[in-house]
Design a protein around this ligand. Structure first.
Ligand code: NAP
Length: 352
């Protein structure tokens, strides 16, 4: 028998859509992807991008608190092995990214959401009900689909960069910038677009110096943003340099960076405590095989203003896969809610 709604994804958008769909008695099925190292390495881990962050201080409802006792009372015993370790003190602290999403997943399961740990590899938009294929080979028939597969932050692909992820390397200044390890320290932001300037500007509130490392002699960022970087006394733009290696050790994480000049090939090292990437994101849409309309930046297009409809009737999109602008956990959760309500109303209009 066909499902009412299949939700594809495993971040805040997917679990929020599941909570709403389950409470609307739609009995949702979430296909959350496989829990394999390859997905972490590609910046596409189970539980979404929040799984790559440390503490989350800006998600409403989670002020500092005694998280461990709260988590143990909220998370089902069978899922507790997924909890990221408590920082190890009895001091209050904020929720970690992975634990926050695990709470959302638990909330969805509590209302009856069913979960499959496989990757979706294809979607048949011609048939009704729609059909969604997982890597294992099975096709799942469903009347509606919510795509909430997120976007992956782009990394340079250096082995040293991978080694210090969560130990000073981050692709989200807003998520991680205020952490104690970065305060009053020198940091690097790589990139020359609006995101890089925005992240550098944000980090300059906490850091002693922010080196904005760009591979060319001109920023891609809009004029007003570029001016902001140039006028900020804490931002030092390092023109015409690429990153050769992130330096560090197991105890301290990131301690420096080696840069190569694109002009004369010379190398220089900077002493830093944090290394932030702002070289763009890639929405996770490959499995759709170009069957749904994308916007000019490659993100899934909402085809009705302020609604989560895509170009295919019965398929809705939520979270970062359809958002190249806000890209926050709370906005992803918000659009997940919208997609579930849109799907519920569309199903009702079809008499399902
Ligand atoms: P972007 O505009 O595509 O800029 C990416 C930057 O990363 C470019 O400067 C690029 O260098 C650099 N880059 C890419 N790959 C690299 C590599 N392998 N090594 C070194 N550098 C690399 O991306 P974005 O800054 O994330 O912005 C995305 C969109 O969101 C844009 O349309 C932007 O206007 C918008 N946005 C707006 C705001 C705002 O208005 N407040 C804030 C953030 C983002 P090159 O310049 O040499 O190509």
């Amino acid at each position: 028998m066909a499902q009412n709604v299949v939700i594809i994804g495993s971040g805040p958008a997917a679990w929020t859509a599941a909570i709403y769909a389950a409470r609307a008695n739609l009995d949702p099925l979430v296909i959350e992807g496989q829990n394999i190292q390859e997905h972490y390495d590609r910046g596409r881990p189970p539980l979404g991008q929040l799984a790559l962050t440390t503490e989350v201080e800006n998600y409403p409802g989670f002020p500092f608190g005694h998280m461990q006792s709260f988590l143990e009372s909220a998370i089902d015993e069978k899922q507790r092995y997924l909890l990221t370790p408590d920082p190890g003190t009895d001091q209050k602290h904020s929720v970690t990214g992975p634990n926050l999403v695990l709470l959302m997943k638990q909330q969805a399961i509590n209302f009856g959401t069913r979960v499959i740990g496989d990757d979706v590899v294809d979607i048949d938009i011609e048939s009704r009900p729609l059909r969604v294929q997982v890597e294992e080979g099975d096709w799942h028939e469903t009347h509606a689909v919510i795509v909430a597969t997120g976007a992956s932050a782009n990394y340079l692909g250096l082995e040293s960069e991978n080694r210090y992820k969560n130990a000073g390397v981050s692709a989200c200044a807003v998520c991680d910038g205020a952490l104690p390890r970065f305060r009053d320290k020198s940091l690097v932001v790589v990139g020359g677009g609006d995101s890089a300037v925005e992240e550098a500007d944000y980090l300059s509130k906490f850091a002693s110096t922010v080196y904005l490392v760009h591979r060319r002699d001109k920023l891609r960022a809009s004029k007003i943003m570029a001016q902001r970087a140039e006028e900020n006394p804490k931002i030092d733009v390092v023109w015409n340099h690429t990153v050769n290696e992130v330096l560090g050790n197991d105890q301290d994480g990131v301690t420096g960076v080696r840069l190569d000049s694109t002009v004369d090939g010379s190398s220089r090292e900077l002493e830093i405590s944090g290394f932030f990437l702002a070289i763009g994101h890639t929405p996770n849409t490959n499995f759709l095989n170009n069957k749904l309309e994308l916007n000019d930046k490659g993100y899934l297009k909402w085809t009705v203003p302020f609604r989560t409809n895509t170009s295919v009737e019965g398929i809705f999109a939520a979270g970062d896969v359809s958002d190249d602008y806000y890209r926050q956990a709370i906005t992803a959760a918000g659009t997940g809610c919208m997609a579930a309500l849109d799907a519920e109303r569309w199903l009702a209009s079809q008499g399902i």
